[in-house]
Design a protein around this ligand. Structure first.
Ligand SMILES: Nc1ncnc2c1ncn2[C@@H]1O[C@H](COP(=O)(O)OP(=O)(O)OP(=O)(O)O)[C@@H](O)[C@H]1O
Ligand SMILES: [Mg+2]
Length: 258
């Protein structure tokens, strides 16, 4: 099983790229499970699952209690049996057979931090990493910014897809993400400059981040993506020939090599 987390500044394209990549992997016959760890819960819609059908794992108080206890004991596998009993209720079938788990949102103003929900996802990851579940790929969509690394969620993951736009602010968040992923022992960093419009965009990224320009993946700015988004549709269905799809195919190869 390969695990990857998608991070980056707000609006850089994490959810668009992850949802497309997960479907391309699933179309090749891989078993792919994606987890939406962003309380904005956009991933379901990006995979063709209506929000009304989403059942977030944070809805279950008993599971949250178990995960907090497991976290205190630093044991994310202790409650496997209990989790097994509940998990099937929370896995949704998305387009192309991608399996989707949604962490959940902030239920009301002043509800507090997301620590307990993130603990629950960590417990879930501990469970999924055992042979019992047998996924080929687990991809995690995260909230904008770097907080997710502070919670240690991606510890020893196989890959971190650091998505950035070619702007100084976005590249700065990418730089922080790369440092924090290294701290957590993430094995491979895949730097993706999205919404590229000219050659200088890659160069800017390589100069700012000190990365070899050839090692940077790029995804072009694509009006088909904007158009599909405005129509509430998915670019893979609305415009399968779109530039973004062929650019994400290259990311698929990176994921397969990881
Ligand atoms: N390559 C692209 N070309 C043009 N528009 C794009 C491209 N990639 C993403 N977008 C657009 O950028 C916007 C943000 O994309 P997306 O929601 O995937 O970003 P995000 O990083 O997940 O955002 P958030 O931080 O809010 O979760 C959307 O309107 C999407 O259609
Ligand atoms: Mg998103």
């Amino acid at each position: 099983m390969k695990s990857a987390i998608f991070t980056g500044k707000g609006g850089v394209g994490k959810t668009t790229i992850l949802s497309t990549l997960s479907r391309l992997l699933a179309r090749d016959g891989h078993r792919v499970l994606v987890i939406d760890c962003d309380p904005s819960m956009n991933l379901a819609m990006s995979l063709g699952v209506p929000l009304s059908q989403v059942k977030p794992i944070s809805d279950t108080r008993s599971l949250i209690q178990e995960s907090m206890e497991a976290e205190e004991e630093d044991d994310h596998t202790r409650h496997q049996t209990e989790l097994d009993l509940h998990l099937e209720d929370y896995i949704m079938e998305a387009r192309d057979g991608v399996q989707l788990v949604v962490m959940g949102t902030i239920p009301f103003g002043g509800a507090g931090c997301l620590c307990s929900s993130i603990s629950l996802v960590k417990m879930l990851l501990g469970y999924l990493s055992t042979d019992a579940h047998n996924q080929d790929f687990i991809l995690i969509d995260s909230q904008a910014g770097v907080e997710i690394f502070g919670r240690g969620l991606a510890r020893e993951f196989d890959a971190s897809f650091v998505i950035t736009e070619p702007t100084p602010k976005s590249l700065e968040v990418a730089r922080q993400s790369m440092k924090l992923a290294r701290d957590l022992g993430v094995k491979r960093q895949i730097l993706v400059v999205n919404k590229v419009e000219e050659d200088g965009d890659r160069r800017r990224a390589s100069e700012t981040l000190g990365a070899d320009a050839d090692a940077i993946c790029s995804v072009g700015y694509d009006r088909d993506v904007v158009w599909a988004d405005k129509e509430g549709d998915l670019v893979l269905d609305r415009a399968p020939q779109a530039q973004l799809i062929s650019d994400v195919m290259k990311l698929k190869r990176c994921m397969l090599e990881t």
